[in-house]
Design a protein. Structure first.
Length: 227
């Protein structure tokens, strides 16, 4: 075989190997995505519909927030430092996303609206009035939710929130030990991501933005479909 012919064969073989490698990588990625979606569907985390009351006294179900991005945090208003810190961080994440919208020169409001939510794990003390008072210190759009002990427990259970009230002190005050996680729900109400206490507001805002940019509604099984 003349020299250039051999080079051609080698190059062709190289291209074929490259294409095969590329195909395998794509296939692996496709399978990973499919598996992830299947996991989300099976776990159905966050699909539990809550029935609570917001800090203005209005009844709220999770389905009221469909179509909106939601950042959700569970805590209690008597929490000495962790909850205030996390709620401030939540507010700053929302601000960062709004600022980015402005910085990019896009019209304000072109980013999908994001709803910050706070659900109490201490309904006994966190009445509608207590929530309304407490939330004045945080983001103006932060919505607080409370309800009966049962409704609050059901809401937390859907997100596998841990909450355990400690023993009361001499004046009857007590702390509630609880998980410290910020949940991101997509417009179809499914959990898309969650962030622990160590994640900075910049990290969370970047991640939320990434989810918004790459969001594809989950293909949900259609109900009542005609055969
Ligand atoms: Ni707390």
């Amino acid at each position: 075989m003349p020299f250039w012919g051999r080079v051609g064969v080698v190059a062709a073989a190289g291209t074929a190997a490259g294409a095969a490698w590329w195909y395998l990588r794509e296939e692996k990625e496709r399978r990973r995505r499919a598996r992830r979606q299947e996991e989300l569907r099976t776990l159905a985390l966050g699909q539990g519909d809550f029935q609570l009351v917001d800090h203005t006294g209005r009844a709220r179900r999770k389905s009221d927030f469909l179509g909106r991005w939601v950042l959700l945090y569970f805590g209690f208003t008597h929490c000495p430092d962790v909850c205030p810190e996390e709620l401030e961080k939540l507010g700053r994440v929302v601000e960062l996303l709004e600022q980015e919208d402005v910085r990019k020169g896009t019209q304000k409001g072109t980013l999908p609206p994001i709803q910050p939510l706070f659900i109490t794990v201490d309904p006994e003390r966190d009445s509608v009035e207590a929530l309304a008072r407490y939330l004045r210190d945080f983001h103006p759009r932060l919505l607080g939710l409370t309800g009966s002990a049962e409704a609050v427990r059901a809401a937390g259970k859907a997100y596998r929130v841990y909450a355990q009230a400690g023993p009361p002190d001499a004046s009857g005050e007590y702390l509630v030990d609880h998980s410290i996680i910020l949940y991101l729900l997509g417009p179809d109400g499914l959990l898309l991501d969650y962030y622990g206490r160590a994640k900075s507001e910049e990290h969370i805002a970047r991640s939320v933005r990434h989810h918004m940019d790459t969001y594809q509604p989950l293909p949900m099984p259609t109900q009542g479909q005609k055969k």
